[in-house]
Write a protein that binds this ligand. Structure first.
Ligand code: ADP
Length: 423
C-alpha cells in the first residue's frame, strides 16, 4: 500500500514511541531498523525508519536522513515527519536543525515547524520555552545529560546555531485561536522569510490544532505526540483507503521469554515485581561471565519451560553496576551484558519462544539484531510509548516488545504478556 506519511526517527526507542502513538488510531504502521537495503515492498500507510543519529557527527546524520528520505519517497510518501526527543536532545551543532534543513532542501520546501511538546508526559512549550513538568528544560535533569546536556530552555535560541535560515515562533495565543489562525500565521511568517517555526503547545488540543494546520506541509518535525492526530486527519481527508486492512496478528506459540538489560529505577522495580510473582529468573552478573562467558545463561534458558515466560536479567542497582563497570570498564560491561542477552534471545527462539519482552534501549537493539529483525509491524500499546510489535525471526513469526528504561509501570512484564493474550 502506498505510504502516506514517511517518518524518520533519530533513535531507536523514539521510533517505537512514534510508531506506537500512530498505531493507536488502528492504522497499519511499519517500523524499519535502519534504511532498508531493498526497494520498498509490502509498505504500510505509515512507515517509520529508526536511525541512530542523535549524537553522531552532523554530516553522517544528514546523509543517513537523506537516504531514509529517498526510501520513503520510493515507497510513495509525499509528506514526511522528522522525529526527535520531547526534550529536544541535541548539541550546539545539531542534529535536529541540520537534518531538518537538509530534508527541507531535498523536498524543496521553505518552511517547517518544530513541536517537541508531549503534554501527556509533561512536556509543554510556551512562548517558545520548553518545560519538563513544571521546570524549564534547562533546570530539569536534562541539564546534566551525559551526551546532550540541555542548558537553554528557549527552542529558538537552541535552534539558531543549528540552522542557516531564520527561526521564529507561532505562540499559544495563535494556536488557541485554532487551525485557520495558525495556518495564516505560518503563511505570514513564511512571507517574512522565517523557515524554522517553533510552535507552542501546552495541551493535547493544541496538538490537534497544529497537526491539522500543518497536515499538508511536506515536512513536519517534532516529538511523537504532534504526529499522533495525523492518522485521523488523513483518514478524514480521504488519504487512507477506508477498507485498508488493519494489522492481522500472527498465530503465536505460547513460549515466551523476558530479557532485561536496563538498570533504570523503573526496570529494577519491574524485575523485582516479576520475581516476587514467582516467575523463573536467572541473574546475569557481568563479573561472572568475564571469566566464564555466558554459556551457563544460555543453557539455563534452553532448559526452561518457556510457557512460564522465564526472565533473564542483568538489571541491577547503581552500586552493582558501578562495581562491574570499575572492574570491566563501562563499554565492556555493557557489551558483555548485551551479547549475553542477545544469545539468550536466540536460544529461547530456537527452543520455541515466539514472545519476547525486552527492557532497555541498547538491549533492544542488540536483541533485535541477534534475532535478525529488520522490520516490525506495530500492534497494541501496552503502556504509553511501548507497543507490541510483530516480526519474523529465522522464518518464524514472533512478537516483541521493546521497552526503554523508564517506561511502563511496575507490573509491565506481566501486563505485556497478558495484553498479547487478549489480542
Ligand atoms: P536503558 O533503556 O535503561 O538506558 P539500555 O539497555 O539502553 O537501558 O542500557 C543499559 C546498559 O547497561 C546496557 O548497555 C547494558 O548492557 C548495561 N548493563 C546492564 N546491566 C548491567 C550490569 N549489571 N552491569 C553493568 N552494565 C550493565
Amino acid at each position: 500500500m502506498t505510504t502516506v506519511l514517511g517518518c524518520i526517527a533519530d533513535d531507536f526507542t523514539g521510533a517505537t514511541d512514534l510508531a506506537g502513538l500512530l498505531a493507536r488510531s488502528g492504522v497499519k504502521v511499519s517500523l524499519r531498523m535502519g534504511v532498508p537495503t531493498d526497494a520498498p515492498s509490502e509498505t504500510a500507510p505509515f512507515e517509520v525508519i529508526a536511525l541512530k543519529i542523535r549524537t553522531v557527527p552532523v554530516e553522517q546524520a544528514v546523509q543517513q536522513a537523506l537516504e531514509a528520505l529517498d526510501w520513503l519517497q520510493a515507497a510513495g510518501a509525499t509528506r514526511f515527519f522528522w522525529k526527535y526527543c520531547s526534550t529536544f536532545d541535541s548539541t550546539a551543532q545539531g542534529n535536529i536543525g541540520p537534518v531538518a534543513e537538509a530534508l527541507m532542501d531535498a523536498l524543496g520546501t521553505k518552511q517547517t515547524i518544530y513541536c517537541p511538546a508531549f503534554p501527556e508526559n509533561g512536556r509543554s512549550i510556551f512562548m517558545g520555552n520548553l518545560f519538563v513538568g513544571r521546570q524549564p528544560l534547562a533546570e530539569s535533569p536534562m541539564k546534566d545529560h551525559p551526551l546532550t546536556p540541555m542548558r537553554d530552555s528557549n527552542l529558538m535560541r537552541l535552534l539558531d546555531p543549528q540552522v542557516t535560515r531564520p527561526t521564529g515562533l507561532a505562540d499559544r495565543q495563535t494556536v488557541a485561536k485554532g487551525s485557520d489562525a495558525l495556518t495564516n500565521e505560518l503563511e505570514r511568517l513564511r512571507k517574512d522569510g522565517i523557515a524554522h517555526v517553533v510552535v507552542d503547545a501546552v495541551a493535547n488540543d493544541d496538538l490537534h490544532v497544529i497537526a491539522s494546520a500543518c497536515r499538508n506541509m511536506p515536512l513536519m518535525t517534532g516529538g511523537s505526540a504532534v504526529a499522533m492526530p495525523l492518522p485521523g486527519i488523513f483518514a478524514r481527508d480521504g488519504l487512507l483507503a477506508a477498507d485498508a486492512p488493519g494489522l492481522v496478528q500472527p498465530d503465536l506459540g505460547r513460549g515466551a521469554v523476558v530479557l532485561s538489560g536496563s538498570c533504570s529505577a523503573m526496570t529494577n522495580q519491574q524485575v523485582e515485581a516479576y520475581i516476587a510473582h514467582g516467575c523463573p529468573a536467572y541473574r546475569l552478573d557481568p563479573l561472572d561471565f568475564a571469566a566464564e562467558g555466558h554459556a551457563k545463561a544460555v543453557a539455563w534458558v534452553a532448559a526452561q519451560d518457556l510457557t512460564k515466560a522465564p526472565l533473564v536479567y542483568a538489571t541491577a542497582n547503581p552500586d552493582s553496576v558501578r562495581a562491574a563497570q570499575e572492574r570491566l570498564g563501562v563499554q565492556r560491561a555493557g557489551a558483555m551484558v548485551e551479547q549475553a542477552l542477545a544469545a539468550c534471545a536466540v536460544a529461547a527462539r530456537d527452543a520455541g519462544a515466539q514472545r519476547f519482552v525486552v527492557a532497555g534501549g541498547e538491549t533492544s537493539g542488540a536483541v533485535s539484531q541477534a534475532l535478525g529483525v529488520d522490520r516490525l509491524d506495530i500492534g497494541t500499546e501496552i503502556a504509553p510509548g511501548v507497543p507490541w510489535c510483530f516480526a519474523t525471526s529465522n522464518g518464524t513469526p514472533i512478537a516483541l516488545t521493546l521497552k526503554s528504561g523508564n517506561f511502563g509501570s511496575k507490573g509491565f512484564f506481566r501486563d505485556a504478556l497478558s495484553e498479547l493474550e487478549r489480542e
